[in-house]
Design a protein around this ligand. Structure first.
Ligand code: NAP
Ligand code: ZN
Ligand code: ZN
Length: 363
């Protein structure tokens, strides 16, 4: 162990060198590297990472699609592992417990957003679990494509017993990002819900929407995903690449959840809304999306955005998935296959979340 003592009395105390997979520059391949993890502070737990999901946001960040990436970057924010150490004031978990680390690693805890459980909007600046400044603004966080993670126990999630760790990992971002808007916008029995894009987020949205009693339709550019959509519980499938495919479905949906990662025509989606219906955007394409306002006015239609969910709501979602037995459909890969997984995700060839088995990186 190498390290230093910092003037901050709580943390970091000492850093530890750990193996990771990361990118040195925009669009560079992810390669093995060594990173410094902060030492275990009084309120921290150290997590030995078992599995980490690959979210499309990881790839947007590596590609610097949003123009705000700090390199080198170690992505990964769908982390599941076991507690291996804890600070002397950390009492929520015990060594051996299965815990999750999602998108949020820390925040100020005192502002109105933090107190309301919306840490992602922390007025002092949230600390995301990767590519984000730690509270205090000195060092950058490295994500879960690694062997260990150190986090304040208040920001760690309890994983319900019975959920397979690799299949539960994608709930930490994909699950909360779809659960939160379905709850916010009143998904309930009878809701005519359309899920656009059957990828990591989309397939979880289908499962969650079905569990809430919605009549679920999948809109997909991939004809080959029709059988899977039915297996996931969707009632209908619309192949969006076919000319005129959307025409018979004008005004048909109460709620549309758009999980698409690339450029696409949002106006075509608002035309599918019933009056007073809502299109919720969660996908974050790298380019700006034009919007026809007239189409919204005629029909009192709404367009909304939704950004992950706070720690409290993430725990609520995990407990809900534990009760309902909802997990992701995953393809478990070794760290050396991450670049291939990124290439496949780029072309929509994802069935339906890649999860990296991080235990092999330690060997
Ligand atoms: P993903 O697994 O790659 O799935 C995206 C799906 O969108 C693809 O499988 C494909 O589905 C469809 N698609 C991709 N490009 C398209 C295009 N140009 N036109 C139409 N459809 C297209 O990605 P993900 O991990 O689910 O993430 C989806 C998006 O959500 C990303 O932009 C990500 O950054 C964002 N995200 C946002 C939040 C948030 O808090 N709001 C959180 C996590 C992720 P089909 O084959 O079915 O067409
Ligand atoms: Zn994500
Ligand atoms: Zn705050």
């Amino acid at each position: 162990m190498t390290g230093f003592f910092d003037s901050d009395p709580i943390r970091p105390v000492m850093t530890k060198k750990v193996p990771a997979y990361g990118a040195a520059a925009a669009k560079a391949p992810l390669l093995p590297m060594t990173i410094d993890r902060r030492g275990v502070g009084a309120h921290d737990i150290e997590v030995e990472i078992l599995d980490c999901g690959i979210c499309h946001s990881d790839m947007h960040k590596v590609n610097n699609d949003w123009g705000n990436t700090h390199f080198p970057i170690v992505p990964g924010h769908e982390i599941i592992g076991r507690v291996v150490a804890r600070g002397d004031q950390a009492s929520r978990f015990r060594e051996g417990d299965l815990v999750g680390v999602g998108c949020i690693a820390d925040s100020c805890r005192g502002c109105s957003e933090c107190r309301a459980g919306r840490e992602m909007f922390c007025e002092k600046g949230v600390t995301f679990s990767f590519d984000s400044l730690e509270q205090g603004g000195k060092t950058w966080t490295y994500g879960g494509y690694s062997t260990t993670y150190v986090i304040d126990e208040q920001y760690a999630l309890n994983i319900p017993t019975g959920l397979d760790p690799a299949k539960a990992a994608p709930l930490l971002c994909g699950g909360i990002t779809t659960y939160s808007p379905l709850r916010q916008f009143g998904c309930q029995p009878g809701t005519r819900l359309a899920v656009v894009g059957l990828g990591g987020l989309g397939h979880l949205a289908v499962k969650l929407g079905v569990s809430m009693g919605a009549d679920v339709t999948v809109l997909s550019t991939s004809m080959g995903k029709e059988e899977d959509a039915a297996r996931l519980g969707a009632n209908h499938f619309i192949p969006t690449k076919e000319v005129g495919a959307l025409d018979p479905h004008q005004g048909e949906f109460d709620l549309i959840l758009d999980t698409v990662s690339g450029p696409h025509d949002v106006d075509k989606l608002t035309s599918l809304l019933h009056s007073f219906g809502t299109l919720v955007l969660v996908g974050l394409p790298p380019v700006a999306t034009p919007l026809d306002v007239t189409g919204l006015v005629h029909g009192n239609k709404r367009v909304a955005g939704s950004n992950i969910g706070g720690i409290r709501e993430t725990q609520e979602m995990l407990d809900y998935c534990g009760q309902k037995g909802i997990v992701a459909e995953v393809e478990v890969i070794a760290p050396a296959q991450i670049n291939d997984a990124y290439r496949r995700m780029q072309r929509g060839d994802v069935h339906y979340r890649f999860v990296v088995d991080m235990s092999t990186l330690a060997q």
